[in-house]
Design a protein around this ligand. Structure first.
Ligand SMILES: *Cc1c(COP(=O)(O)O)cnc(C)c1O
Length: 949
């Protein structure tokens, strides 16, 4: 001990928990990069002209205990009633085994999107189970691995129907029995694309007038009907039939596929994912095999690895936005992977009999509830139903609703005279009796005998979830081990740095995650009366205020569920503003070539024309080209979309000029805020000239990536755009909704809120400085061995850097893939590959990684460079070497070894841990094979022999 027990030790390193390097380590790192201090480095890196004037003022940072206490107080302002409002959101029981082993397990929630299949086999299998579940329940061949919410899934189905239908008409029919938010989001999406939305009764469908139609099943007020005839009529007119279906109802009712539907969509929320005031949950989409190439979102496929063993991977349009840009099927990038995993585990846990039993129980309770009401003289609609009924109460509506609230229950207000009731898995006899009391009926649930009021002709006739994975032993032991086994196959942030440029894989602190599971946040219905949600309102307002301060914007909309949805919402806001100025014709969007693929994909969704702007030699936006194009399109210039600091990892000092040019020619400036981690506390997009930005709360603000979602992509806007922000059918506003719920996925906002409270203004600013330090440290340590593609005028990078690996293709036949896979042997997830520049790696360490981990990574990279040199200088064969065989598995280690390098060299390169070595479960996955032989449901059980052992 170097200090005496009586020495005063200030316990002031609370926010040190988030920041990786210790002050001591920072000193050493600054020495390596040749900067006198952290401030000097920042001065050197960030042009003076972009620095913010005043520091962030959030008051004193809180300790972890203080944050939990404070958040508990705020949470308790939420008044969680039993909500029987339905309308797409239902009570559900999250099996504790899933809550603890998935939702609250960093091995699952800190994983990245499975672009690197070799280190993602666990979550890929879980998502394949999800696809199999969706495909089975809906009776359609192909399913994707989740969409953002049911409403956006409906909208995606609409535009997909337009892509695949053979008719030229421009109208789409929407069943009036769709949930209002589904109708709202489809209308929002349709308008800029020139699609006419016809809302009506399916009986009035004119199939020759539309390219497709969507029907809700069961309908928002509980009606259950067969759409076979309507879909036949659509097909006779080359139009597409879409059914938006409740997957739990499908365990009892005829599936969309059996009605001839081409596409099915819906929400898997009630498969064990709490309502959470609107999200996050996984929406699903499935379709006929013929349409799979037009499907939005990601599809997991089955392929083989280098040894011919089965391996999973993302297939087809993975990263389609990067390749197809404005021609992409959709802008969906971050989806809802973690929630899809939860829903699939719910199905694995319960199996088909369990799901059917749950559905039956809900139905029987609804039947008893209805009978009790009818016996008391109330008129109940519809005659047959699954879980939702509507009661005509005439003038009593207000009284019944109020009385229900006194009983601790929220019912749905339907029109001026009706009340809607949806039962769910959590409903008990007491619930039913309380509802009856709200109607003035006093009786006991026990008095009623079980009864079914399902439509006879619509009973399901086919089996589902036949695959053995859904027939595991029902004991929790087996389930727990299955989840553990899958988690162990994956390399997530709980094991190693994930240095993904632009993705900001930073610490997701345990304390930030805890409130997500609190009942007060997780069990709130999104359409609960305003006076019950004071806690949420407080949190959303406070977080919004802080985000305004951080960004320099005047207002925040929390509605968008991902960065790409934020882009879309932001561009819509701009479009609405132009219309309000009588400039609705403006439809040209300038986007630099280096932009993230979601940018052009989003611009296309608002019906704009994308004009690409060149990149100058040094990686900056070519200002001359930008000006020329702005001028050329002056008449119609709607906006530019730029990223700051640029996707090349540099603070461009021309940003003011770019914004100025855009404004000069009547456009608005959209600044993609994905790189905000390089700015918080030091520079504000709103001050640079931005009119709108989205923030990726799942990057900069600590929401974990969940293996490909959830996310939150709120947008900040300047005052003149505030009134044009997204509205919502339930909460009002001048514009339509972009998401199903008014605040997107609010149940994960406690994570970001806790982060800003814990860090305080100075802590956040320090995080930014250290992010810049860590980025520059890696750039410096790799200098000489690798070329760093772009640097600022002072030779510094921002918070990330691009490593050029293209020269090795010629010098050694080594590709960026080889390097990425070789890093797996060292126990690392590869950096961002081939974006924004093909054949390069983009490294972003974030502030959360300490010096030891950065060094481990640099050592691994430097040793890879030496391996390349061995090929270059002829010391090892160009085909038979550790890079080409990477990644190495345990199997490689133990079987016969005939390679020109040692087992030690192959399996334990620098960086790899000896005891805690990460072994990928498969060798390199064959992508082309997978696309040629696309299978996206679980293969037969024989192939699981391994997993079952
Ligand atoms: C991550 C990212 C996006 C998209 O965000 P999602 O949440 O995945 O939709 C957009 N632009 C940039 C630069 C990004 O890095």
């Amino acid at each position: 001990m170097t200090f005496k027990p009586t020495d005063y030790l200030p316990y002031d390193f609370a926010n040190r928990r988030h920041i990786g390097p210790s002050p001591d380590e920072m000193g050493k790192m600054l020495e390596v990069i040749g900067a006198d201090s952290l401030d000097a480095l920042v001065e050197d890196t960030m042009p003076e002209s972009i620095r913010q004037k005043a520091p962030l003022e959030f008051g004193r940072p809180m300790s972890e205990r203080e944050v939990l206490r404070h958040m508990r107080e705020v949470a308790e302002k939420n008044d969680v009633l039993t909500s029987l409002i339905g309308q797409g959101y239902y009570g559900t029981v999250t099996p504790p085994a899933i809550q603890r082993n998935i939702l609250e397990n960093p091995a699952w929630y800190t994983a990245y999107t499975p672009y690197q299949p070799e280190i993602s086999q666990g979550r890929l299998e879980a998502l394949l189970n999800y696809q199999t579940m969706v495909s089975d329940l809906t009776g359609l061949e192909v399913a994707n691995a989740s969409l953002l919410d049911e409403s956006t899934a409906c909208a995606e189905a609409m535009t997909m129907a337009q892509r695949v239908s053979k008719t030229k008409v421009k109208a789409f029919f929407v069943d009036e029995n769709c949930h209002p938010q589904n109708i709202g989001v489809m209308q929002t999406r349709a308008a800029p694309l020139g699609i006419e939305v016809i809302v009506g009764n399916p009986d009035d469908l004119e199939a020759d007038k539309v390219f497709g139609a969507i029907f809700q099943y069961p309908g928002t007020h509980g009606h259950v009907r067969d759409f076979t005839a309507e879909i036949e009529a659509l097909h006779a007119n080359k139009a597409i039939g879409v059914v938006v279906a409740d997957p739990l109802a499908l365990t009892l009712l005829k599936e969309p596929g059996a009605m001839g539907a081409d596409i099915a969509v819906g929400s898997t929320q009630r498969f064990g994912v709490p309502v959470g005031y609107g999200g996050p949950h996984a929406a699903y989409m499935s379709c006929k095999d013929a349409y799979k190439r037009s499907m939005p979102g990601r599809i997991i496929g089955v392929s083989i690895d280098a040894q011919g063993n089965r391996a999973y991977r993302l297939s087809l349009q993975t990263r389609e936005q990067h390749i197809r840009r404005e021609k992409a099927n959709s802008n969906v990038c971050t989806a809802q992977a973690l929630l899809a995993v939860m829903a699939s585990m719910y199905a694995v846990f319960h199996g088909p009999e369990g799901l059917q039993a749950i559905a039956q129980r809900i139905h029987r309770k609804t039947a008893r509830l209805a009978k009790g009401l009818e016996d008391a003289g109330f008129t109940v609609e519809p005659g047959v139903f699954f879980d939702t009924i509507t009661v005509d109460v005439g003038l009593l509506q207000r009284g019944v609703l109020q009385h229900a609230v006194q009983e601790g229950i929220n019912l749905r207000k339907v029109g001026k005279t009706k009340v809607g009731i949806s039962l769910d898995e959590t409903a008990r006899s007491q619930t039913i009796e309380a509802v009856w009391r709200a109607f003035g009926i006093v009786q006991e649930d026990e008095d009623y005998t079980p009864e079914y009021r399902l439509p006879e002709k619509l009973l399901r006739e086919t089996s589902y979830l036949d695959h053995p994975i859904f027939h595991m032993n029902r004991a929790e032991t087996e389930m727990m081990r299955y989840m553990r086994r899958l988690a162990d196959r994956d390399l997530a942030l709980d094991r190693a740095m994930i240095p993904l440029g632009s993705c900001t894989m930073k610490l997701n602190a345990a304390v930030e995650m805890m409130p997500v599971s609190w009942e007060e946040f997780s069990n709130m219905h999104p359409f609960a009366p305003k006076d019950q949600v004071a806690g949420y309102t407080h949190m959303i307002d406070d977080l919004s205020d802080k985000l305004c301060q951080i960004t320099g914007y005047d207002a925040i909309s929390m509605q968008s569920n991902s960065g790409a949805q934020g882009e879309y919402a932001g561009l819509l806001t701009i479009a609405a503003y132009h219309r309000s100025q009588g400039e609705g014709h403006r439809n040209v969007c300038l986007i630099p070539m280096s932009a993230h693929g979601t940018n052009p994909a989003s611009a296309q969704m608002v019906g704009w024309k994308v004009v690409a702007v060149k990149t100058a030699e040094n990686g900056d936006i070519d200002v001359e080209d930008f000006r020329a194009k702005a001028e050329k399109h002056a008449e119609n210039l709607a906006a530019c979309m730029i990223t700051y600091p640029s996707t090349h990892g540099v603070f461009e000092d021309t940003v003011h000029e770019i914004c100025g040019i855009t404004h000069e020619f009547g456009g608005q400036v959209y600044i993609d805020g994905a790189n905000l981690n390089a700015m918080v506390g030091l520079s504000r997009p709103g001050d640079l000239g931005g009119d709108v930005s989205h923030l990726n709360l799942h990057k900069t603000f600590c929401i974990p990536h969940g293996g490909g979602g959830p996310g939150m992509g709120p947008i900040g806007v300047k005052a003149h755009l505030t009134q044009h922000l997204p509205g919502h059918p339930e909460t009002g506003g001048q514009e339509g909704p972009v998401s199903a719920a008014p605040f997107g996925s609010p149940s994960i906002l406690p994570i970001s809120w806790a982060y800003v409270l814990l860090m305080g203004g100075e802590g956040l600013t320090q995080a930014t400085r250290v992010a810049i330090l860590n980025g520059n440290y890696i750039a410096k340590r790799l200098e000489g061995a690798f070329d760093i593609l772009y640097k600022g005028p002072t030779g510094r990078v921002a918070h990330e850097c691009i490593i050029d690996t293209r020269p090795f293709a010629d010098s050694a036949g080594v590709t960026v893939d080889d390097i990425a896979k070789r890093l797996v042997d060292s126990g690392f997830h590869a950096p961002t590959m081939s974006w924004p520049v093909a054949g390069t790696l983009m490294v972003e360490p974030t502030e959360s990684e300490n010096k030891a981990e950065l060094d481990r990574f640099c050592d691994a990279m430097l040793s890879i460079r030496e391996e390349i040199r061995d090929i270059e200088e002829g010391r090892i064969d160009a085909e038979n070497n550790p890079l080409k065989h990477a990644p190495h598995t345990m199997e490689d280690l133990v079987k016969d070894w005939d390679r020109p390098y040692t087992r030690e060299q192959g399996c334990f390169p620098p960086g790899a841990f000896r005891v805690d070595k990460y072994w990928p479960p498969v060798n390199r996955v064959d992508n082309a094979w997978g696309d040629r032989n696309l299978v996206c449901i679980c293969p037969p059980m024989d192939d699981y022999a391994d997993a079952a052992e």
